[in-house]
Design a protein around this ligand. Structure first.
Ligand code: 9MR
Length: 339
């Protein structure tokens, strides 16, 4: 276990309330190691604690055939020791690939690398990681204009079959794990989002037509407050998934607050309201298998790097503030999870 984590007194801060839906958050390894107060927040509030980046390809297999499981092991053991659930993100993505994979230029080599990676990682964590994002973000950003599939190394060399290959290898190597497709922009109002939801349903049908097991869809939930949640469209999507025998999880919730007013209290209220709109639409259709945020406190978020606040104010995308105090967003999430 990681040095930074061992020193914490976890006994007084264990999650005690049983929620009807488990709540989790993604934990970046560097913060897990360097910031014990931040890690303690996960211990206090999360039913599921899982690696944000430590299970990605570039973290596990930076050089061909040389696997380093140590960082993922540290976070997973930490969650296990505390009796918490966890989550596997992710086998196949267009991003977070090491240079040697980016340089693959033959289909047979791509297929061999893909199968070997999924098999090795899935079997290494079999029985420990209960759910895997087998593929992440394979739907085109704008399916009506770019075709249903997102461009990637895997698409260029193997076409849509790379998704079948990954699901087949995962089902074989991790027979007890839930297998999921995870994607973004599935919750909003507008034709591009309708098309993305439709493309996900087509992907589920494609896998099922090939007798490949698909158990759940991860709806990421990176929310833009300027784009309204599609209450009806999201509800229909979740019910359509249910009719196909597929569940759902909310996997990466945060609020991209770059256009919200700089005033912190007002911004927090608006962000909480928007998360409430997502939860209301989703929970009205069916209960998710879990709800997770992408990080837990405003201290660390990808949004500060990629979409800093337009007025230069520090971003406030997550349920806890920089001082690790709960914000209205956390109250809203608790209301839905514990109701
Ligand atoms: O938040 C993650 C960031 O720390 C990583 O550098 C980046 C590349 O690995 O991935 C970010 O997480 C992404 C997730 O894996 C998939 N959905 C979007 C997330 C935010 O970009």
């Amino acid at each position: 276990m990681a040095a930074g984590a061992v020193t914490q007194d976890t006994s007084a801060t264990t999650v005690r309330t049983a929620r009807r839906v488990p709540f989790g958050a993604a934990l970046e390894y560097d913060h897990f190691i360097s910031d014990p107060d931040y890690t303690a927040l996960f211990v206090s509030h999360c039913d599921m604690i899982f690696p944000m980046n430590a299970l990605k390809w570039d973290a596990l297999q930076a050089c061909p055939g040389e696997f380093d499981f140590s960082r993922a092991d540290d976070i997973l053991s930490f969650a296990e020791t505390l009796g918490r659930g966890t989550y596997g993100h992710t086998f196949v993505w267009y991003n977070a690939l090491p240079q040697w994979v980016e340089e693959i230029d033959r289909p047979a080599q791509a297929e061999a690398a893909l199968i070997d990676h999924v098999r090795t990682v899935a079997s290494r964590f079999s029985g420990r990681v209960p759910v895997w994002d087998v593929v992440n973000e394979v739907i085109a950003h704008d399916p009506a204009h770019e075709g249903p599939w997102r461009d990637s190394l895997w698409m260029r060399l193997l076409g849509p079959a790379h998704v079948d290959i990954a699901f087949s290898a995962a089902a074989e190597a991790a027979p007890g794990a839930e297998l999921a497709v995870n994607d973004y922009d599935l919750e909003f109002t507008g034709p591009r989002y309708d098309a993305r939801r439709e493309a996900v349903l087509d992907l589920v049908r494609r896998l099922q037509d090939r007798q490949l097991r698909i158990d759940a869809i991860g709806i990421q939930g990176h929310l833009y407050p300027e784009i309204p949640i599609d209450h009806q469209g999201l509800g229909r999507f979740i019910r359509d998934l249910e009719a196909l025998g597929v569940g759902y999880r909310l996997t990466e919730i945060d609020v991209i607050d770059w256009n919200l007013p700089p005033d912190a209290a007002l911004r927090d209220e608006m962000a909480a309201e928007h998360v409430g709109n997502l939860l209301d639409a989703a929970f009205s259709a069916a209960l998710p298998r879990s709800v997770s945020t992408w990080g837990l406190s405003d201290r660390y978020s990808w949004i500060s790097d990629v979409m800093p606040h337009r007025a230069g104010a520090p971003n406030r995308p997550l349920p806890f503030d920089e001082a690790l105090k709960p914000k209205p967003m956390y109250e809203v999430i608790q209301r839905y999870l514990s109701a």
